[in-house]
Design a protein around this ligand. Structure first.
Ligand SMILES: Nc1nc2c(ncn2[C@@H]2O[C@H](COP(=O)(O)OP(=O)(O)OP(=O)(O)O)[C@@H](O)[C@H]2O)c(=O)[nH]1
Length: 666
């Protein structure tokens, strides 16, 4: 009896994940057919499946991510692995296949992490003479991640679905700042790290130097580093065997109730919201009803599959597998990244999820043509379905009308969002000067985070008692000859040096604490230019520090333009004010009346420029020398101008706003 019970338990635990919901809860004996484990319902469902995932229990799965510093070759390596496994055709004519966005192709950077499922036969005995057809087939999920610091949130999210990483390092450039940051992301997540020294085909490649750096900085065994060229294909044959041999399989429980992590989501015009998910425990089938731990909403799974590399329906996703689902969610408010999805009516302990995205930079987005507010609203709603890391709230500006205050992960992220709005949704956008989130303490004990400088209004009933600004820990890696200029740059930017050491005989490693405001605008460009492009830079957020901040208003003919208000350090107010005023003068056209442009702190004007009025020649038609008639005409013109000045509003061209974004230094 006990044996029978045990047999049915074993059968139940191994079979249940493969069954549809109606059968999973029913008596098992009705489902077992000639010793095979699948119910007729499940077979029916798998008919539309191009790939049968039932052959891939967790021990035949490896989930790994490719992480590296910018441009060290992640996406190219991903291409080669996809080709090697036959997932995409060789010479598909589209380099960096997984960089699908127009903005990624134009800028040559990865912005969005992309997952692709590959199938690969691996012979553990390394006995290549034996027939490979008999070697076990593995399901490999590869995640290509962005390298730029702004998108490290994407990297940390991707790592939640992985058990290991390929840490790619350029054989000529060696370890760079994002290599360090990404190593620690993987290390702190307890992932297996496989070092890959790439671009060994370059004439300046020095793999031994890189191996020594990997040892001294990360204590990684240099003998375990793989040497590759994603360009020529050299050494690539060792990558996937290393993935299978060194990275553990996912450790979820097949016989537990479904727990699935929502990794990412995007909006598709035809299918609606498509969610990328990692099945941690249990299994999910097409037609199942699932529920969100965050909202309690119930959905029916209408499509399910893997990215192979395009959406490929499979009818099922099993423990340890990564794929997509379509379940009728309508917006990212429903598809919350980091949420745990489970079978409806079966309660589970939610998975740890992710830390919420931290918004470093805020900016107002307004329709370039005021009447297009609805179009911009629609475009932003759609785009945040594809980029949930942006925060959006509505705001109104007296100068620009109705718009949005958006929070971004950094300046590049802001630029990319802006570009995507224009390219993918045809929205014409005007953005205001980016600002960082400051905190102000008031005399009544309240604390307010200011994301829009114009909102910092003077209030007679309470005064500001303290100002706080966000800071970051910055990592800078540079060739030793540039140490002097970099130290000067950091101290100009109010930085405090925390660490200073040498990676090897040629390169220095520095850690600084810097105010976030000082690095979001143009710090990286300046760092690159003073180091001939050799510096690498990364940062992570640190705590707030007390600071002496002032609100800087820009006034046109005495009227403050709220969209141009900014908050600056008091020591730099004069310089920033002058720079803003001079920039504006260049971009505002002369009008029929005089325009004064002023920068002011409260009622104190700290910089001023004047654009003189265009003078219409009212005397053109006045022939002859009647002086009193001429004087009369000039007097009339002066009166008219006064009236225009009083009632007229200054037209500020779009370029003026774009130029103000570039105000390089505070
Ligand atoms: N010589 C050489 N060039 C390579 C190799 N691998 C990649 N590249 C080149 O390096 C550049 C950057 O490659 P990507 O694959 O886009 O780098 P990435 O790390 O994905 O870049 P981000 O996504 O922006 O972080 C491209 O011009 C590639 O052609 C290699 O093994 N050898």
């Amino acid at each position: 009896m006990r044996a029978l019970y045990r047999a049915s338990r074993v059968a139940s635990s191994t079979l249940r994940p493969f069954l549809c919901e109606s059968h999973r809860t029913g008596p098992l004996q009705t489902l077992v057919e000639g010793g095979r484990s699948f119910c007729s319902h499940a077979r029916e469902k798998s008919r539309d499946a191009a790939v049968d995932l039932n052959h891939y229990p967790p021990e035949r799965i490896r989930n790994f991510s490719i992480i590296a510093h910018v441009d060290h070759g992640k996406s190219t390596l991903a291409d080669r692995l996809l080709e090697l496994t036959g997932t995409i055709k060789k010479g598909h004519g589209q380099p960096q296949y997984l960089d699908k966005l127009q903005v990624e192709r134009e800028r040559g950077i990865t912005v969005k992490a992309q997952t692709a499922t590959m199938f690969y036969r691996h012979n553990f005995r390394q006995d290549y003479t034996s027939e490979m057809e008999n070697a076990p087939k593995f399901l490999l999920n590869l995640v290509d991640t962005p390298g730029h610091v702004d998108f490290s949130y994407e990297v940390s999210r991707s790592l939640a679905a992985c058990q290991g990483v390929l840490l790619v390092v350029d054989a000529a450039q060696g370890v760079q700042a994002q290599t360090v940051a990404n190593f620690y992301l993987a290390f702190e997540s307890n992932l297996t790290i496989i070092p890959v020294i790439n671009k060994i085909d370059q004439p300046t490649a020095d793999p031994d130097r890189v191996k020594a750096q990997l040892k001294s900085l990360f204590d990684l065994d240099p003998n375990l580093a793989l040497l590759t060229s994603a360009k020529t294909g050299q050494g690539l044959e060792h990558v996937l065997p290393a993935v299978i041999n060194r990275i553990p399989s996912p450790s979820g429980k097949c016989d537990s109730p479904l727990r699935m992590l929502l990794l990412d989501s995007y909006y598709d015009e035809y299918k609606g919201v498509i969610c990328h998910v990692a099945v941690v425990d249990g299994a999910l089938h097409k037609g199942d009803k699932i529920s969100s731990s965050a909202t309690g909403q119930v959905y029916e799974v209408s499509d399910i599959g893997i990215m192979h590399p395009e959406l490929t329906p499979t009818g099922v996703l099993l423990t340890g597998q990564v794929g997509y689902i379509v379940s009728g969610m309508r917006s990212t408010k429903e598809a919350r990244v980091g949420d745990t999805l489970h079978q409806a009516k079966i309660l589970v302990v939610p998975l740890p999820g992710f830390k919420p995205a931290k918004h470093m930079v805020f900016s107002g987005l307004y329709p370039a043509d005021g009447s297009d507010f609805d179009a911009l609203n629609h475009a932003i709603e759609r785009l945040i379905c594809n980029d949930a890391s942006v925060s959006v709230t509505k705001e109104t500006s007296t100068a620009l009308g109705m718009g949005f205050r958006c929070g971004f992960l950094g300046l590049l992220h802001m630029d990319v969002f802006h570009q995507r709005l224009e390219q993918e949704y045809g929205a014409k956008v005007l953005s205001t000067i980016p600002t960082v989130p400051y905190i102000f303490d008031y005399s009544d004990g309240s604390k307010v985070q200011i994301q829009n400088p114009a909102a910092l209004a003077s209030n007679p009933r309470k005064t500001v008692t303290a100002c706080w600004e966000p800071t970051v820990f910055a990592t800078i890696i540079i060739p030793s000859e540039y140490i002097g200029p970099v130290i000067t740059l950091c101290s100009e930017r109010r930085g405090e040096q925390l660490e200073y050491s040498f990676i090897d005989s040629q390169r220095a490693f520095m850690k600084y604490r810097l105010p976030l405001r000082e690095i979001v605008v143009d710090f990286y460009n300046e760092l690159k230019s003073i180091t001939s492009g050799y510096a690498s830079f990364d940062y992570e957020d640190a705590e707030y520090q007390k600071s002496d901040l002032v609100k800087l208003d820009i006034l046109l003919n005495g009227q403050p333009v709220d969209a141009m208000t900014t908050i600056v350090h008091s020591l730099k107010a004069q310089r920033v004010g002058r720079e803003l005023v001079e920039k504006l003068k260049k971009f505002i056209d002369r009008q029929m009346f005089e325009i004064t442009i002023q920068a002011a702190i409260g009622s104190r004007v700290i910089a001023r420029e004047t654009i003189s009025a265009m003078r219409k020649n009212v005397l053109a038609k006045c022939y002859g020398g009647d002086i009193s008639r001429k004087r009369k005409l000039l007097e009339k013109q002066k009166e008219g101008k006064k009236r225009m000045k009083r009632v007229g509003s200054v037209d500020i061209p779009q370029e003026a706003f774009h130029e103000l974004l570039k105000v390089s230094k505070e």
